[in-house]
Design a protein around this ligand. Structure first.
Ligand SMILES: [Zn+2]
Length: 536
């Protein structure tokens, strides 16, 4: 089934069930300077949930359906693997005080199994905790629909949504899994969390669902990665994939009115195009045209020549930088005045056997960046952006987890990506099998044992070469400067449990962490597993 057909089936399916079809909103959120880009389908409907706007008045119904364009750049370093993308579409149906759990679950089940003829692996429901009860209603609905269906209990970090701030609407979720991959997330806005931390029943309840289109396509078209679906061109190497992804995203962003610049959205766009240029020896024009064809009849895409213009400018920068480099110009000046990437300076220097004093460069760069750092530059990449006590603890636990996986499961396990919120840590890693319950238990024991031992966490600055020599963990595909900081977790005798390239911050001693628990272990794609874990 082709992507166009799935899109139209989705919309028609819900239209036939009393939903009004609403077009995707712009990638540039209206009246919301707090976010750079639209990242979810519900964003344009926020004020219908809070009743500031009236859906019946605006749409003639309380139920709507949409396919939303979304851009997320937090996982940009992961682009090139089988799943991560910076542009994606989100299929969603929404109800603002119309139907409730029974109808939402019934519709999702029918669409997946009857329209798309996919087999559900299992579903998950919220297991309940001291704050809000288990979602037995959803469990019973699923059971009634299909008594043989596997229903898993998941905890708050997985199956409870919101609130986005200190207070606000929130509620349990139920998720559909196909081949161990989460396909559809259905959120039931059931409670209002007050400032005092109380969960009160909402008078007007809401349903908000989201299904990543590219992920769904992988399942429907029976492929093992997104680049083999009809939204891509079977890109195989990391370079080809980064170019395809970044140029697609750039084309969509420009079509919604953004132009390359040095601040905010324009800066993200500029970085995307320049990153694609660096990976590509050929002109990017072909890729722009290919994407226009892929989405013809679905979205109106026009880059108004901006990509070509930015590409030309950046290629000139690269060329000019090259000439200056050959004259022996200081790499700091090359980078700041000519915009010449330091990685290129390093590559060229290596080719020509020139030694560059990078310690000096990094120092100057650090001072320079302190002066010129903009909020948008910070927003370009995720990482441990949120430096509060909870995320810092989870970050240290993250390092112990990697060490534990290597000690218990396979010493060759490599990290592929990570994400830390206040509530949980998430780690993607390369591993050829699903962890057994015994392995999970052993990894937990390993981490908890290290927490109990009260090990010191120490940061040491060292030359990149030396850090590589001692085998410090680095993230695949990341470029590091010449002098790096390495975080060690070690006992009193100097035995190292963990050593990772890392910008920190971390706790001083592992005894501060509490109790470590793995909440979930699942597949992200072939050969890549994901663990979500918490500290209790
Ligand atoms: Zn780290």
């Amino acid at each position: 089934m082709e992507s166009n057909e799935i899109r139209s089936r989705f919309l028609k399916f819900f239209e036939a069930r009393g939903h009004k079809i609403i077009p995707s909103s712009s990638l540039v959120p209206e009246n919301d300077p707090s976010v750079l880009f639209t990242t979810a389908g519900m964003q344009q409907f926020k004020s219908y949930y809070t009743q500031e706007k009236n859906a019946e008045k605006d749409f003639g119904t309380k139920n709507v359906v949409s396919i939303q364009k979304c851009v997320r750049t937090v996982d940009i370093d992961e682009v090139g693997d089988d799943t991560h993308l910076t542009f994606f579409e989100m299929l969603g149906n929404f109800s603002f005080g119309g139907y409730w759990k029974k109808e939402a679950i019934q519709c999702a089940y029918e669409f997946i199994t009857k329209e798309l003829k996919l087999t559900i692996d299992y579903v998950s429901v919220f297991e309940g905790d001291e704050k809000t009860p288990a979602d037995n209603e959803s469990r019973m609905i699923w059971q009634k629909i299909d008594p043989k269906l596997v229903i898993k209990n998941h905890n708050r970090s997985d199956n409870f949504w919101g609130p986005t701030g200190e207070e606000g609407p929130c509620g349990p979720t139920t998720e559909i899994y196909i081949n161990d991959v989460e396909i559809w997330n259905i959120v039931f806005n059931e409670f209002y969390k007050t400032k005092e931390g109380k969960y009160e029943q909402l008078k007007i309840k809401g349903v908000d669902t989201g299904m990543g289109f590219e992920r769904l396509l992988v399942q429907v078209q029976k492929k093992n990665n997104v680049y083999k679906t009809d939204l891509f061109n079977n890109e195989k190497t990391r370079e080809e994939r980064v170019i395809a992804d970044h140029i697609k995203t750039s084309l969509f962003i420009i079509s919604d009115g953004v132009v390359p610049s040095n601040t905010g959205r324009g800066y993200v766009l500029r970085r995307l195009i320049r990153r694609a240029v660096r990976f590509s020896k050929e002109s990017l024009e072909k890729i722009v045209e290919r994407n226009k064809k892929i989405y013809a009849g679905v979205y109106n895409l026009d880059d108004k020549g901006e990509i070509k213009k930015e590409e030309k400018k950046f290629r000139e920068t690269l060329e000019r930088g090259l000439k200056e480099f050959e004259k022996g110009i200081d790499p700091f000046i090359l980078a700041t005045t000519y915009g010449f990437p330091v990685e290129l300076t390093l590559e060229l220097a290596k080719e020509k056997g020139i030694k560059i004093n990078l310690e000096n460069f990094n120092k100057k760069m650090a001072e320079h960046q302190k002066l010129s750092q903009t909020s948008s530059a910070g927003m370009f990449k995720g990482g441990l952006a949120n430096h509060n006590e909870k995320t810092i603890k989870l970050h240290t636990a993250h390092h112990l987890l990697l060490a534990g996986l290597q000690a218990v499961v396979d010493k060759n396990i490599k990290q592929k990506g990570s994400n830390i919120t206040e509530e949980r840590l998430r780690m993607d890693f390369l591993c050829d099998h699903k962890l057994t319950d015994e392995e999970k238990k052993k990894v937990e024991d390993f981490v908890n044992n290290k927490i109990k031992s009260g090990l010191d966490v120490i940061c040491r600055e060292m030359p990149l070469k030396e850090a590589e020599k001692i085998g410090a963990e680095m993230e695949f595909g990341t470029k590091y400067p010449d002098v790096v900081s390495v975080y060690f977790i070690e006992d009193k005798n100097g035995n190292q449990i963990s050593k990772e390239f890392c910008g920190g911050p971390h706790v001083k001693n592992t005894s501060e962490l509490g109790h470590f628990k793995i909440q979930k272990e699942e597949a992200v794609s072939a050969g890549v597993r994901r663990i979500k874990a918490v500290l209790l």
